[in-house]
Design a protein around this ligand. Sequence first.
Ligand SMILES: O=C1C[C@@H](O)[C@H](O)[C@@H](O)C1=O
Ligand SMILES: [Co+2]
Length: 297
Amino acid sequence: MLDKKKVKLGIAPIGWTNDDMPDLGKENTFEQCVSEMALAGFTGSEVGGKYPKNVTKLKKALDLRGIEICNCWFSSFLISKPYEETEKEFIEQTDFLKAMGAKVIGVSEQSYSIQGKDHPIFEGKYVMNDEEWKLLVQGLNKLGKIAKEKGMILTYHHHMGTVVQTEEEIDRFMAEVDPELVYLLFDSGHCSFAGMDPVKVLEKYIDRTRHIHLKDLRSDVVAQSKKESWSFLKGVRKGTFTVPGDGDVDFTPIFDIIEKSGYEGYVVVEAEQDPAVANPLEYAVKARKYIAQKTGL
Ligand SMILES: O=C1C[C@@H](O)[C@H](O)[C@@H](O)C1=O
Ligand SMILES: [Co+2]
């Protein structure tokens, strides 16, 4: 059982409207999305592209539904653009999140990423050289320091198709970043999709993890995706991911690690799929029931 005082439960809006492919769920409004999150029993949310950019407006809409913001995706370009460009946007995003009462910002390096490209996801992703590793690590340490000074935590999202995807890359990343400034955003779906054992990764880094995405994976869809060289986004449309409990990831040991470690922070259901096929409210309720049954949250 998870301690409700330590572990909070959220859901990402990506199941309603997908910011990577805004045509997926374009008919779903912001109000419908946050109302259905609340109806399904969630009290935390990440920021989506349809959310009001204005702090007062967003707070009012969320307060009415008993929801708080816990994180927002942030794309960094530390190895392909001048550091100052990423820093400027990072400060703006961190200030917005802080004003919303969030504690965490989720960074992902998007230089040379193939996650949004029409390119087979299992073929030819970019691999950093030593100089680029240095730029990434030094840049993130600097951003992490800025976040810390603002009372926020920088977490890093490993992700398919990006420069930090594989187990070796996660290990090197964790070995090189400053553990006081940069933490891990663990995503069970991306771990599994990349062919890692999510349990092994979480066990190794739970003490340095400050945000968790709970994503399940349909192995038969992944097998087809490999066979037919699908892009990441084609795979999402075809149902690579689903909510926890609905796919092939074993969440029991994942919840055990979270419990035993005394993890304090959010676990967020993040299961992008086609809302025309997987009704967002129905899948949110399914996830909520599964998590309640497995963890007591
Ligand atoms: O955290 C995430 C945000 C999405 O935009 C991304 O593509 C998804 O797969 C993810 O894990
Ligand atoms: Co994620």
